[in-house]
Design a protein around this ligand. Structure first.
Ligand code: SAH
Length: 492
């Protein structure tokens, strides 16, 4: 190959990598080119050359793919958070379904024809925008010394101004404007990573889609006292003016706005968005971990409440909570359907977080045991069980691969169904081996990475479990990630 760095060439994009880069072939080489879409003919410039493949930068689209669309977000390419925004939503779904299918065939060793029989269509979104209930905006200083809020440009630490992320809620923009104005007026500085000085680092915004409660958490490099005149900020953020203006982008509610739903001791207004929790997270470390462990409240409780199905959850700034509440309902409903519960079963929910799936299952099972590594999450899980008057659940703090074998050896625990929802790296072998020993009738595997799902499916497949159903669920529209639920049944 005679191509060198910065050489230009033409190529047709034939495929896409799991991370969303377009793949094309030229001169016997495989090229990975970001920001391209299957079917594009492009001109690209060489960035890096390896033995049989290389990376190139998109210069221009010569002939656009039939599935190419104009990204809604003006900074889609720089931000890099939505790798698929230039693809029609339909083709995004096909891409994700294929990714799951190919991984299960190539890594999982499942026969293609058999897989087609058990694979159900991907659950896509009706409205694949404005779906995220959580956003974290970095604050910084632009070249002219002005305060900006936005996003880090893909893999860098330069902040691109963008207050209205199109996959985030409309309330974000007026909240960010309000905080920025307050900072300017009251002389509050934004954090500068290079020098480690300045106060406001990030703003975390979370919205309960059902309750319309909004949590704002300012991550600051200092003490709460340094937020001078913070009562001004609190007053503006909680005032009726914030979302009232038409130009705020938030639809103004006119009628039926005061219907109140009461569940347990939680009363909520069913229609109007309102800021109910304002807090600070203290982070003085020079790291790229966003949140600091210390939380100080400025207004309201340190949590908001939301619902998944008819189960109520308390969510605090540090807790993990699924970011797409609309699709989470579908995901959990699928997991529940796959679990096939009649009310008599004993179920283990491994990697249970704040107990979301556990509590969902508990309504239909005799007993549910949850296991989770983060102690704070288990505290939330227990509080959530109490909040919903669910008393047939029990939670363990610890690693799934340690708690399960321990309980099996000591207490000869039993399970009709085991649900797992591990992080991207999948399940540990010790965990899978114990599952095999316990031999539950069903294993319901919820996965955010179909490559490790496929690896674990193969392992369980060689030890008596057959894949009965698979369904992908699009939790991350416009991005490359895809969630999958897989039902495996023990062959007697
Ligand atoms: N099922 C939950 C959480 C899924 S995210 C939900 O749907 O909300 C995966 C969870 O696994 C996280 O809460 C993480 O803290 C936890 N985790 C990571 N490694 C673990 C391990 N080895 N054992 C148990 N839990 C673990």
């Amino acid at each position: 190959m005679d191509k060198k760095k910065n050489d230009h060439f033409f190529v047709t994009i034939e495929d896409m990598s799991d991370s969303g880069e377009g793949i094309g072939h030229a001169d016997g080489f495989t090229w990975f080119i970001k920001d391209t879409v299957i079917g594009d003919e492009v001109e690209a410039s060489v960035m890096k050359v390896k033995k049989t493949y290389g990376f190139a930068r998109l210069l221009r689209v010569v002939a656009p793919s039939p599935v190419r669309v104009t990204p809604r977000c003006p900074v889609a390419r720089q931000c890099g958070g939505c790798q698929l925004q230039a693809m029609s939503y339909e083709s995004q779904l096909r891409f994700k379904e294929n990714k799951v299918r190919n991984n299960l065939i190539r890594i999982g060793g499942i026969d293609r024809a058999k897989l087609e029989e058990v694979m159900q269509p991907i659950i896509g979104m009706e409205e694949p925008w404005r779906y995220r209930n959580k956003a974290q905006f970095p604050f910084g200083v632009d070249r002219n010394g002005g305060i900006v809020a936005g996003f880090y440009a893909g893999r860098t630490h330069d902040i691109i101004e963008c207050e209205d992320c199109r996959i985030g809620v409309e309330e974000n923009a007026p909240i960010l404007r309000c905080i920025r104005d307050y900072m300017k007026e009251c002389g509050i500085s934004a954090y500068d990573e290079r020098t480690g000085t300045g106060l406001v680092r990030h703003v975390l915004i979370r919205k309960g889609f059902r309750t319309r409660e909004i949590m704002i958490c300012l991550v600051i490099n200092g003490s709460v006292k340094q937020l001078k005149n913070r009562e001004v900020l609190v007053e503006r953020l909680t005032g009726t003016e914030l979302f009232a203006k038409k130009e705020s982008g938030v639809p103004v509610q006119t009628s039926g706005a005061d219907e109140v739903i009461a569940v347990g001791d939680v009363k909520m207004n069913a229609h109007k968005s309102r800021v109910t929790s304002i807090s600070c997270s203290i982070n003085r470390e020079n790291t790229n971990v966003i949140m600091g462990a210390e939380i100080a409240t400025l207004y309201g409780p340190a949590y908001i409440t939301d619902y998944i199905g008819d189960v109520c959850f308390r969510i605090s700034p540090l807790s993990f909570y699924q970011v797409n509440p609309v699709q989470t309902e579908h995901l959990y409903a699928t997991a529940l359907e796959y679990a096939g519960l009649s009310g008599e079963e004993t179920v283990w929910d491994l990697y249970c977080g704040i107990g979301t799936i556990s509590l969902f299952l508990a309504r239909r099972a005799k007993k549910v045991y949850g296991v989770e590594i983060v102690p704070q999450a288990i505290e939330d899980a227990r509080a959530n069980a109490a909040l919903n008057n669910i008393d047939n659940v029990e939670f363990f703090v610890g690693k799934a691969e340690e708690v399960l074998p321990e309980q099996y050896e000591k207490n000869h625990i039993f399970a009709d169904v085991i649900v797992v929802d591990p992080p991207r790296k999948g399940c540990d072998i010790a965990c899978l081996d114990t599952i095999v020993k316990m031999s539950p009738r069903h294993v319901v595997y919820v996965s955010c990475d179909s490559a490790t799902l496929a690896r674990d499916v193969k392992y369980l497949g060689e030890r008596g479990y057959r894949v009965e159903k698979v369904r992908a669920c699009d939790m991350f529209a416009q991005g490359v990630h895809v969630e999958t639920v897989c039902l495996m049944t023990h062959i007697k």
